[in-house]
Design a protein around this ligand. Structure first.
Ligand SMILES: Cc1ncc(COP(=O)(O)O)c(C=O)c1O
Length: 414
């Protein structure tokens, strides 16, 4: 049940925000505070958060180890922009260079995942002198001009006048055919694991098979780690598990643990070709950089990569056991604590978005917040803060099992 206050806020939201902004649940709670893996609504009810604001709060909500350092920076120096010399941004770039895979070394800081991908694509065009891109059929890269054009999922392509400098391809054969016929490709852009497409997780050799084709034609690989980055998948970046190093990597979300920050990073050689003036007014401001430095410290001090790997294995095992019991779970996939369970209508095998919504709502009523994604909006997304524990997984699985049993007895059509 939503409270009177929650209903009032929802009405005002509908009146004053844009109608394009969707929300989950028919009876949404009004969240008023949070602490690590828990959210609280206006009645004081506690919810176990298994979505982390879409893979953002990897280090937990309102984590004192991070917010105390952000607050200290806010009281010291907040903003100047990049025409002045400040230290936090330099410290962060240096620190990132140490954790980025391969020889990725130079970074440009901005404020959102869309802006990081837009910048990465601009860099690819400038560095190669070529214009076009290959993107994935079910990728999602943002809401700006280039990034929306690079987004394959139909529901996120809102602009009716998107430019057509893009090919969409998934397989090695499709990519090879495009590279053979068109010499004007600047870059191939792909998420490592496609989050919005329903945690679509490539085969272990996927990027290894494509990388030599790109290298042969001088086409850059832009790896979008906006959703997979910062320990989420059991390594600092998911691409480390695929045996290749991208030419450009983009990141955002968990880098700031709730404080807006994003970046694209590349090799010194590619960075050296980006000499035309560029800037981001708020990009690399001391407060965002203090947050990111605290995040990197927290991930390393608490070994969140190992924690995500260990708990991810446990969660995946438990979900696979539920798959054996409940026909509606068709697939369980993912890495670390980025796991999807794809739901189909029992007996038909067709995507089951109504069932997904039913489960989300029922779990919310039981105090658990899950995510939802997939091209057909039928994938339950498990992307909690990485600070959860065994008992949280147990609580989730017990409740999910009960809700799945309950929905199986509902009338057909659900
Ligand atoms: C993989 C990926 N790239 C880019 C973006 C866009 O990021 P932002 O919403 O910060 O602009 C998203 C957002 O969900 C994403 O999941």
């Amino acid at each position: 049940m939503s409270t009177k206050r929650a209903c009032e806020v929802l009405e005002r939201r509908k009146e004053f925000l844009m109608p394009c902004l969707n929300y989950f649940y028919t009876k949404p709670p009004l969240f008023v505070r949070a602490n690590m893996q828990y959210l609280y609504d206006d009645t004081g009810k506690r919810y176990l958060d298994f979505f982390a604001g879409v893979s953002v709060m990897n280090c937990g909500h309102c984590n004192p180890a991070i917010i105390d350092r952000v607050a200290a920076q806010m009281k010291t120096l907040q903003h100047l922009t990049n025409i002045y010399i400040t230290e936090p941004v330099v410290k962060l770039a240096q620190r990132l260079a140490a954790v980025l895979p391969g020889d990725l070394h130079n970074s440009f800081f901005c404020m959102s995942g869309s802006e990081a991908n837009e910048g990465a694509m601009l860099l690819a065009r400038i560095a190669t002198g070529k214009r076009k891109f290959i993107a994935r059929k079910s990728g999602l890269h943002g809401r700006t001009e280039l990034t929306m054009a690079a987004t394959g999922i139909p529901m996120w392509r809102a602009d009716p006048f998107l430019q057509d400098d893009f090919y969409f391809a998934d397989t090695k054969e499709e990519i090879e055919a495009i590279l053979e016929k068109d010499g004007d490709i600047a870059a191939f852009i792909s998420e490592t694991i496609q989050g919005n497409a329903g945690i679509q997780t490539p085969e272990p050799d996927y990027f290894c098979n494509i990388s030599p084709l790109l290298k042969k034609k001088g086409v850059l690989f832009i790896d979008d780690e906006v959703q997979t980055g910062f320990a989420r998948t059991g390594t600092m970046f998911a691409i480390e598990q695929y045996g290749v190093t991208p030419d450009i990597m983009t990141m955002s979300k968990a880098l700031g643990n709730g404080i807006p920050i994003a970046a694209f990073s590349t090799t010194r050689e590619i960075a050296d070709r980006f000499t035309k003036p560029s800037a981001s007014t708020l990009g690399g401001n001391p407060v965002s950089c203090a947050a990111a430095l605290a995040v990197l410290d927290y991930i390393q001090e608490h070994d969140l990569c190992r924690q995500a790997e260990r708990l991810g294995k446990e969660l995946q095992c438990r979900l696979l056991a539920l798959k054996e019991k409940h026909d509606c779970i068709a697939f369980v996939r993912g890495k670390g604590l980025m796991i999807g369970a794809e739901l189909v209508k029992p007996g038909t095998g067709s995507p089951w978005s109504e069932g997904t919504d039913f489960i989300l709502e029922a779990l919310k009523d039981r105090g658990i917040i899950l995510g939802k994604n997939g091209v057909y909006r039928n994938v339950l997304a498990f992307q909690p803060p990485l600070v959860i524990n065994h008992d949280d997984i147990d609580y989730l699985i017990t409740n999910l099992d009960e809700v799945l049993t309950q929905q199986a007895s509902l009338p057909a059509g659900f």
